[in-house]
Design a protein around this ligand. Structure first.
Ligand code: HEM
Length: 205
């Protein structure tokens, strides 16, 4: 992995503003797109647009949350590390919004239909498992729970790598022709796993 000798140290006030800006952009963007959806400003198929936006959003945020550590280590830029948790939490929020759009607007909250879709359509099953992982990681990211769990916490949070591969598979499974986009995500996820191979090996020892 690329290593830089001199640590990068940004002005703490600048990092605070950057964190605030990240919250405004990620949360605000989701709010604006939902507002556009509910006020009929998302074109001919608002449900599809909302599904695509929240699905890609959840996947991108998950990838970004996993890139932060290797970037911070390579560039000795440890001030990036506090971005990991909020970005991971937003990935779960986008994932939940994605699920909400699907069950509310495609299945009208029909419980039987929801269960049938999860069981019968493999790409939905994979999406569902990914979502469960994201929710578990979000809930256990609270400091008090992290402290109580000790080293088990790190093992549990390695599931983020499983989630990113599953999300890539979910995407690959549902596309009809443009398979290269999900394939790029999958290749990228495998590269991330490779970068963290030593940590992952330790877990299985
Ligand atoms: C129960 C959970 C989930 C359900 C029911 C679900 C369902 C769907 C559906 C119906 C679509 C649109 C399919 C189409 O265009 O024909 C979709 C697209 C997508 N989903 Fe999910 N999904 C779930 C979880 C997730 C999660 C957790 C992620 C990411 C972390 C994700 C990422 C994506 C992506 C990237 C797309 C493609 C968007 C695009 O085409 O631009 N999904 N999902």
């Amino acid at each position: 992995m690329l290593k830089i000798n001199k640590p990068i140290r940004a002005n703490p006030a600048f990092m605070k503003v950057a964190r605030l800006l990240a919250h405004v952009v990620i949360f605000g963007w989701l709010g604006i797109v939902f507002y556009q959806g509910f006020s009929d400003q998302l074109g001919g198929d608002p449900v599809q647009t909302l599904l695509d936006f929240t699905g890609i959003g959840a996947l991108n945020l998950l990838v970004i949350s996993l890139i932060i550590s290797p970037l911070a280590m390579s560039f000795k830029f440890t001030q990036l590390l506090p971005f990991r948790r909020p970005v991971g939490l937003y990935s779960a929020l986008y994932g939940l919004s994605h699920f909400y759009v699907f069950i509310a607007f495609e299945l009208q909250f029909e419980m039987q239909l929801i269960f049938a879709e999860i069981i019968k359509r493999p790409y939905i099953t994979v999406g569902f498992v990914t979502l469960i992982i994201l929710i578990v990681l979000a809930v256990t990211s609270v400091n008090r729970i992290k402290k109580r769990m000790g080293t088990t916490w790190f093992t549990l949070h390695s599931l983020a790598y499983v989630a990113v591969v599953l999300a890539g598979l979910h995407y690959l499974w549902l596309v009809k022709s443009a398979w290269y986009e999900p394939a790029i995500y999958l290749i990228f996820s495998v590269c991330l796993l490779f970068l963290r191979r030593d940590k992952i090996k330790k877990i299985f020892k």
